[in-house]
Design a protein around this ligand. Structure first.
Ligand SMILES: NC(=O)c1ccc[n+]([C@@H]2O[C@H](COP(=O)([O-])OP(=O)(O)OC[C@H]3O[C@@H](n4cnc5c(N)ncnc54)[C@H](O)[C@@H]3O)[C@@H](O)[C@H]2O)c1
Length: 376
């Protein structure tokens, strides 16, 4: 991930210092970046001169002192709060007071990382999506200590880097990793209950729902070590709100080391001779699957709006650019009608008596006032 962000910064014209405390990882990053620029040149996207210039912009090293003259540091190291805080505290001893410290963390509180710094007002989250050179979205997350002037500066910088920035409150999962939880969690729930198998759920969500990848194929692609851990972190960080409860089906995959594509097996088996499960192309079943998952996604977006996690525009941008949803969830709410979404959620709530299906009060208010979610 760090190498991808470094590529984006270099292509925007910056000198880039790439630091990693693991020499092997550093070497791999250097090789990957060189290979990427070579490929871009081969495809005619950059000239031979640009190739040489780009490579000359980089310095690689495994000593922190390398970072001492940086104006912006984007940390993308291991997702362990104590390690991140220790590295930030060390970095701060080397850099100038004007240097901005950003974390690319997917799930940790930016406020808690900033609190480990002598100058917490210079800390913020800059959350890129993987692969950073291809994914447009960047979530800008000010901690409660962040200097407010930095928000606009970060926004301008990310725009100059060709990215689409959105601003979000420092709450678990920020925008995308919070709102997207039901895409995975509810799909697994449907599968665990035996309502449909994973091939059918994936087919329903792509064919009928219009999503680029079905939830099971996507979880296998992301890797269960990443996807399960984010789910668990979001769940515990939300004080165990049942809406974000992780599943045993996914936990067992992680325990077995069936991490998905990268390990050759996850929900699906990626062996060349594996027989892939075929979907049950039943339209009634597929409609029910899509309605159930999308209603929960819409509810998350409406609740995020209700709690001022981000503006409407940024909520829509985040889900369409960060995870390529076919349309914004507030727009989806208006297209379906808030009353239909609420009826679906209330139907589930009454059937299960589980808080996981509780509808946002804002959704109820939209139904009562007959106002659209996008333009209310
Ligand atoms: N992978 C993703 O899809 C993704 C997406 C968005 C954000 N992130 C976030 O980016 C960060 C990195 O994720 P990743 O998937 O690239 O992880 P990774 O494990 O692939 O890379 C982490 C790198 O950090 C290095 N490292 C570990 N401890 C270090 C230390 N003390 N000092 C210096 N370097 C150290 C490791 O050697 C490794 O090269 C995490 O915070 C993660 O939440 C990841």
């Amino acid at each position: 991930m760090g190498a991808g962000i470094a590529q984006v910064a270099a292509m925007a014209g910056h000198k880039v210092m790439v630091y990693d405390n693991n020499a092997g990882a550093l070497q791999k990053a250097q090789q990957n970046l060189t290979a990427t620029f070579a490929k871009l040149q081969e495809k005619g996207k950059i000239s031979a001169e640009q190739y040489t210039t780009l490579l000359s912009q980089f310095t690689f090293g495994s000593e922190l002192i390398l970072l001492k003259d940086c104006g912006l540091i984007i940390e993308a190291i291991i997702e362990k709060p104590e390690i991140k805080k220790a590295v930030f505290a060390e970095v701060e001893k080397l850099v100038s007071p004007a240097c901005v410290l950003a974390s690319n963390t997917s799930s940790l509180s930016i406020t808690s990382i900033a609190a480990a710094c002598a100058l917490p007002q210079r800390c913020m989250g800059l959350h890129f999506f993987n692969p950073a050179p291809l994914m447009a979205l960047v979530e800008i997350i000010p901690a409660i200590q962040t200097d407010v002037n930095l928000i606009d500066e970060a926004k301008d910088l990310m725009t100059a880097w060709g990215k689409t920035p959105v601003i979000t409150k420092d709450t678990p999962g920020f925008i995308v990793n919070r709102i997207a939880r039901p895409y995975y969690g509810e799909a697994i729930r449907i599968y665990e209950e035996g309502i449909a198998d994973m091939a059918t759920i994936d087919w329903a969500m792509t064919e009928l729902g219009g999503f680029k990848m079905g939830p099971f194929a996507l979880m296998d692609y992301i890797g269960h070590d990443v996807n399960y851990v984010v789910t668990e972190t979001v769940f515990t960080s939300f004080f165990y709100d049942p809406r974000y409860k992780p599943s045993f089906a996914q936990k067992r995959l992680l325990e077995a080391g069936w991490l998905g594509r990268k390990s050759g097996r996850g929900f699906y088996n990626y062996a060349a001779d594996a027989i892939q499960p075929q979907p049950n192309k039943d339209n009634y079943l597929a409609t029910n699957i899509v309605e159930r998952i999308v209603a929960l996604l819409i509810n998350e977006a409406i609740e995020a709006l209700h709690l001022n996690i981000a503006t409407k525009q940024d909520l829509e941008t985040a889900m369409t650019k960060g995870v390529n949803y076919p349309k914004g969830l507030l727009q989806w709410c208006d297209d379906w009608g808030a009353d239909r979404v609420l009826a679906k959620l209330d139907g589930l709530y009454h059937a299960y008596h589980e808080d996981r299906y509780r509808a946002s009060v804002l959704l109820r208010m939209l139904v009562a006032s007959k106002k659209p979610a996008e333009n209310n």
